[in-house]
Write a protein that binds this ligand. Structure first.
Ligand code: F6R
Length: 605
């Protein structure tokens, strides 16, 4: 949560800091700020609200300097005001910080007793005072001493005009990386944000402190010993970070889905077979697995719910799916015969990381399905299945969701194959299904115009109900989530059969009910749901399979999607729901790429 940037080199840091902050805004946009060392003094500029406010202030009163740090904030401690915005300057240092300091109140009290005064409500200011208090002319030593007192996750970057010529950064559980340029260095909480500047990256590990000077980088481990780190070369294409002619990132990312899914599956299938080379678990170990446990948050949790259907259906291994923020506190049952799958777009969701660690502690073999290479979740899991959707800039997840589903589908087929639950012919049939899917995902994009038309009718409604059954019940949850996130309209996702046990009371002529009714084993049951809603004067929007004339007679709004096998229907049927949420939000004049209160990467509890 929140974004950190830093620059040291021969260029003016300001435009670089601003550009990287703009790219980091999806991590939060409650306030932005920068601090630079200029003429042997510290200059800071910060504003509440998004980066445009900061840019305007810099236009009116420019700053310059070749060493600087910056921050875009998602508020945790303290309101999103200018006063609480980062960087915080205390005495001789300026700091930007991500994380939650669990012991900040106790430390704040003792710092106050020592005569220090506070001007913000943030925990960051406590860290600033700790560093300042320990500062005796060497910034890294002050940071090393200060971070020993912090309980909780953090990533931070600090500069001081009393020890200029350097940026000091530190990490514990929250990501921060160093980008290596020629005679210049970049710092960021997210590699993708500095992708257009550098290719070579050093990832900091927990407890490490790095000193970055124009001449080079030194990294100390948690015991204060100098350590040698690997440099990783990133293969990501910076073009993926641009809007590429689309009006919004989210629209671009919706349209990228055929490519994103293809990039996720290609390389894992060949000649009608699955070749899951990155699934490094021996056949005998796969056969020993007696339970799969999936943990994730939000949209990734919805992917997990769908993964359960895929895996159980094909391999017959029992699957439990648990929201990570619940899982970590409930003493879950896992042992050495459990396969724990953590699903995460960012790879930095703190609850998911903690659940993964909990699974490891209990002896489970851990797999991550993750869209961010080198993220904490990827690096900490025994096996990483990279989702190759490419950087997702819009805060609401779209292409990563459907790409994760494709990865889960391949995994389900692979597990079933190794355990002998399906024969080779079936494997080939399943692989062919995925290959055919790509073209069908492309076809679904043509629904855009029709859905935009629907948005005109429904954008002022107060609530939406989404119904789906079986493997499409989590799709209803995801559709409702997208509607809530983007349009701020209350939306409820429900299993169709459960509607009569409560949500039916919501139905009247003003509440649109979106019903997923693909031709699956539960199709007839979907028809019952449509009838029940209609009987209560509900307005029904049905997403059905091409050629289905039955639903046409029943519902006023029917949109058709190509036929795919049941296990692949969620990938296809999610896409029109993304369009619907997007166009409803657009008509309501909302910021579709950065909905209020949300952040892309949730690194706090
Ligand atoms: C919704 C959305 C969130 C994330 C959730 C978990 O559109 O993006 O619900 O899915 O915050 O994040 P990751 O997948 O990064 O662990």
């Amino acid at each position: 949560m929140s974004g950190i940037v830093g620059y040291i080199g021969g260029q003016n840091a300001i435009p670089i800091l601003i550009d990287v902050l703009r790219r980091l805004e999806y991590r939060g946009y409650d306030s932005t700020g920068i601090a630079v060392i200029h003429d042997s003094s510290l200059a800071v500029r910060k504003r509440a609200g998004n980066i445009e406010n900061l840019k305007e202030s810099l236009r009116n009163e420019p700053l310059s300097g070749s060493i600087g740090i910056g921050h875009t904030r998602w508020a945790t401690h303290g309101k999103p005001t200018e006063n609480n915005a980062h960087p915080h300057i205390t005495g001789r240092i300026a700091i930007v910080h991500n994380g939650i300091m669990e012991n900040y109140l106790t430390l704040k009290e003792s710092l106050i007793k020592e005569g220090r005064s506070f001007i913000s409500e943030t925990d960051t200011e406590v860290i600033a005072h700790l560093i300042d208090k320990n500062f005796e002319g060497n910034l890294e030593q002050a940071v090393q001493k200060a971070v020993r007192e912090i309980v909780g996750p953090y990533a931070l970057a600090v500069i001081s005009h009393y020890d200029p010529e350097k940026i000091v950064i530190a990490r514990n559980e929250n990501p921060i990386v160093i980008g290596l340029g020629k005679g210049e260095f970049y710092v960021a909480s997210d590699t993708t944000a500095i992708l257009s500047y550098v290719k070579d990256i050093i990832f900091l590990d927990d407890g490490e402190v790095a000193v970055i000077k124009k001449e080079g980088v030194q990294i100390y481990d948690s015991n204060g010993k100098l350590t040698v780190k690997n440099i990783r070369r990133l293969g990501l294409n910076p073009i993926l970070m641009e809007k590429g002619g689309y009006r919004h990132f989210i629209l671009k990312e919706i349209f990228e889905q055929p490519r994103a899914i293809w990039d996720t599956v290609r390389g894992r299938i060949s000649g009608g077979d699955i070749i899951f080379e990155d699934f490094r678990l021996g056949d005998s170990e796969i056969k020993k697995v007696n339970k799969i446990f999936i943990t994730a948050c939000g949209t990734s949790w919805h992917a997990g719910l769908i993964g359960k259907f895929m895996i159980e259906n094909l391999s017959r291994i029992p699957v439990e799916v648990d929201i990570s923020s619940e899982c970590r506190y409930r003493n879950p049952i896992m042992d050495s015969e459990t396969l724990l799958i953590a699903i995460s777009e960012s790879g930095e969701t703190v609850d998911t990381i903690t659940s993964l660690r909990e699974g490891k502690r209990r002896g489970a073999k851990t797999i991550s399905i993750c869209n961010t290479i080198e993220s904490s979740i990827s690096r900490e899991s025994d096996i990483t299945i990279n989702v190759n959707a490419g950087p997702e800039i819009s805060v609401a997840s779209t292409k990563t969701f459907t790409s994760s589903l494709s990865a889960l589908y391949l995994l389900a087929v692979y597990l079933a194959k190794v355990r002998g639950a399906i024969n080779q012919n079936k494997v080939t049939e399943k692989v062919q299904g995925v290959l055919d899917l790509i073209g069908k995902v492309e076809d679904v994009m043509s629904l855009e115009e029709e859905i935009e038309g629907l948005s005109r009718i429904f954008y002022e409604r107060k609530g939406f109900l989404y119904l789906g059954r079986g493997i499409n019940y989590p799709v209803a949850l995801e559709g409702a989530m997208k509607m809530k996130e983007l349009s701020y309209i209350y939306a409820e996702g429900y299993p169709g059969g459960e509607m009569k046990h409560g949500p039916i009371a919501l139905i009247d002529e003003n509440t649109p009910v979106v019903i997923l009714a693909p031709k699956t084993s539960l199709y007839e049951k979907n028809l019952i749901d449509i009838e029940e809603v209609k009987a209560r004067q509900g307005v029904v929007i049905v997403f059905a399979t091409e050629g289905d004339t039955e639903v046409r007679k029943m519902a006023s709004h029917v949109l058709y999607l190509p036929h795919v096998t049941e296990l692949l229907t969620p990938i296809l049927f999610t896409i029109p729901l993304q369009f619907l949420a997007y166009y409803v939000a657009l008509r309501r004049g909302l910021n579709v790429d950065r909905p209020r209160n949300l952040a892309k990467s949730v690194t706090v509890e």
